[in-house]
Design a protein around this ligand. Structure first.
Ligand SMILES: NC(=O)c1ccc[n+]([C@@H]2O[C@H](COP(=O)([O-])OP(=O)(O)OC[C@H]3O[C@@H](n4cnc5c(N)ncnc54)[C@H](OP(=O)(O)O)[C@@H]3O)[C@@H](O)[C@H]2O)c1
Length: 325
């Protein structure tokens, strides 16, 4: 089978597709013929060996995918060949086949296309879990989304609207702000401008943001926290800017605000019931078509490098997807 293979942590230009052995099934595993896989910010870091955990070399990148069950081990129930699925794995998505344990896959509703399935799971689960289970975002509250046109950002814009919030999208370019508006943002701010916090103050009538969704980090996080509403919740999602900020403890005191960390990788192990509830809620929203996930751009398999380049050049709108079959 064909797979993207990373032989050494390197820039994406030096990574290629090659023929490798089709993965063998073992107990508890399902083999999936992949139709589409997505590329997120983390995938870009992993290829270059810059992520907090390193995949042992050689490895195939790709943590999210959609496909069709090709074969299942004798002890597996519920995933017969031909079943459409959505899946997550530590790596291996950018290949024609992958073997994964059943915990990492979910039956894909019939009306969900592979491109949508591949781009949906991590971003929307992160958004719904953090805004609802952790941030306790309530209808009528104001949600400020930083990096609002990125993969996790645009998911938060849509989920925030579904939860009844007023959503203010912050992004660096006009095209990104228009993208956020198209997917539901009520107002936008350009957070590259000096006075963006004044603009936010005006937009919220001096109240500030009740919930801040922050996948960006750096100095921007501190600026945003200074604009949090009393009893506000600042959700730490990631550090796309490349800088982990340090918050002076007097700020939460003075603002009556809370800093809440989110790690999707741990919720299945630490809060399995909450995760399952959130996943069930997401699938309901999907099948009722209340949620139509954003697929940013779809690339052919041989053009997979372009998907990575979009992530590393800050130019992606939504999630990048690679079509495999
Ligand atoms: N906590 C979790 O469980 C969880 C789950 C998923 C993702 N994440 C994290 O969330 C972050 C965003 O992931 P993503 O897939 O949404 O990435 P993305 O699509 O590239 O979006 C990131 C956004 O950050 C902004 N940004 C600011 N400075 C940047 C820089 N120097 N380089 C790139 N982007 C920059 C960009 O918006 P502007 O140009 O508008 O500033 C960009 O749209 C990553 O750190 C990822 O690890 C965390």
């Amino acid at each position: 089978m064909k797979a993207v293979v990373v032989d050494s942590y390197d820039k994406i230009e030096n990574v290629s597709i090659r023929d490798v052995a089709k993965p063998e099934l073992s107990a508890g595993m399902v083999r999936i013929r992949i139709q589409a896989a997505s590329v997120g910010f983390v995938d870009g870091l992993k290829v270059r060996g810059l992520y907090q955990t390193k995949d042992p070399l050689p490895f195939t990148p790709g943590t999210e995918f959609a496909g069709i069950v090709d074969a299942a081990a004798a002890d597996v129930k519920g995933f017969v060949p031909g079943t459409p699925v959505i899946g997550m794995a530590r790596s291996g998505g950018l290949a024609e086949y992958i073997c994964v344990p059943t915990e990492g896959i979910f039956v894909r509703p019939n009306n969900i296309e592979p491109e949508v399935g591949a781009s949906f799971f991590a971003n929307y689960l992160t958004a719904l879990y953090s805004l609802s289970a952790r941030g306790k975002l309530r209808a009528g509250e104001t949600l400020l989304v930083l990096g609002a046109a990125g993969g996790v950002g645009i998911a938060a814009v849509q989920i925030g609207k579904l939860l009844g919030a007023r959503v203010i999208a912050a992004a660096s370019t006009e095209a990104k702000r228009q993208f956020a508006t198209k997917f539901g943002a009520d107002a936008v701010v350009d957070y590259t401008l000096e006075g963006w916090r004044d603009e936010l103050k005006t937009l919220t009538g001096g109240h500030g943001a009740d919930v801040i969704y922050d996948p960006v980090g750096g100095d921007l996080s501190l600026q945003a926290f200074r604009s949090i509403a009393w009893n506000g919740r600042h959700l730490v999602i990631g550090f796309a800017s490349g800088t982990i900020p340090a918050l002076p403890f007097n700020l939460p005191l003075l603002k009556g605000g809370a800093l809440l960390g989110i790690d999707l990788a741990q919720i299945g192990r630490r809060e399995p019931d909450v995760r399952d509830q959130v996943i069930a809620q997401l699938f309901t929203l999907l099948s009722e078509k209340k949620l139509v996930p954003v697929v940013g751009k779809v690339f052919a398999f041989q053009d997979f490098r372009e998907a990575f380049k979009a992530m590393t050049t800050r130019s992606a709108l939504g999630k990048m997807v690679v079509r495999i079959d």
